[in-house]
Design a protein around this ligand. Sequence first.
Ligand code: NAD
Ligand code: IPM
Ligand code: MN
Length: 365
Amino acid sequence: KKTFKFTVLAGDGIGPEVMDQALRVLECACKGEDFELSYSRHDVGGAAIDSQGEALPKSTVDACSQADAILFGSVGGPKWENLPPAKQPERAALLPLRKIFKLFANIRPGLLYPQLTDASPLKKERIPNGIDIVCIRELTGGIYFGEKKTYKTEDGEDAACDTMSYKVSEIERIAEVAAQTAMSRGKKIYSIDKANVLQTSVLWRKTITAFMEKNYPEIELKHLYVDNAAMQLARDPNQFDVLVTENMFGDILSDEMAVICGSLGMLCSASLGDGSNSLGLKFGLYEPAGGTAPDIAGKGIANPCAQILSAAMMMRYSFGRDDIAKKIEAAVRKAVCDGVRTGDIAFGNAAVSTKEMADAIIERL
Ligand code: NAD
Ligand code: IPM
Ligand code: MN
């Protein structure tokens, strides 16, 4: 029997709550198949700071290196916000994990089921058939990873700077991911930048344009400034199909995309690189786009769908089982469309707990 080996890094806040349910769903979806799931849990983020004194213990990284994929929850929260910035969970665990495993492409599907339009802040008339777009976010470059410093000006004033930089090769490899995604969909890409101000965006636009002309002339490519893109997303999201953008713009736009698609609690993601796993498929880190949700953590009411759908993406990309991914996605869709809703998407209707949401999905598998 084949073994699909992954690490479970649940993290903080709602991370462990939604992770437990995602694992239950995954186990059920894989029952009776010709492979075995083999996973081990490891500390990460604030939980690892508390138990081992650091956000990303070496033992956690080693376990991930031995695995075929990482199923990640989320990290951070008020408890660790007073630590030195570089030691905080986000910067000391999540960003290094992305960097260590060279996970430069973050795929975030913006899918709003037509039956869920009442959970979207957009008017129903604007999205009669729901929303179906995908954001491809560059994940290991740009301002997140450029040189940072705090310093004193000549006048002795405190100052700080972050550096945003991109190399052509970094832009080309994310362009390739966007192109492949577009080829499997509507062959239409919107590249988002700020080329009227930023030098990195000038390079971004030039590189993406040349790359598509040379390699994918059949793809329709458009460029939008990020401010306009934010507005267009709220005005008419379905004019987009595939969005490709740099790290920080992608972070911000994807939260906007999440809410117009119902809730951050629905937005899953896959972070992929060039590396392959022991199955000859892609090594990846799979995580909800949202965070640890301190405002609702510990109450058992978080929406587990983003985590469950992230696990489905893991089945698709790292384990080559598109069929199981589809089965999980269909069960989530069915549960939500049958009206089973956690508080974030219930809007006046009765809300179920995290566990009840998972129960409903399992029933529909
Ligand atoms: P957040 O994403 O945690 O929460 C924003 C809002 O969305 C909150 O109202 C929250 O309740 C809601 N929300 C998010 N996920 C939800 C879910 N599954 N179900 C229902 N509601 C959900 O963002 P924040 O409050 O800005 O950040 C809180 C902490 O999480 C910070 O420490 C931040 O750095 C961290 N964070 C971590 C990740 C990650 O690990 N991938 C991602 C984003 C934020
Ligand atoms: C996300 C998160 C992270 C990011 C934070 C927690 C570092 O917001 O995955 O969207 O900005 O990439
Ligand atoms: Mn984010």
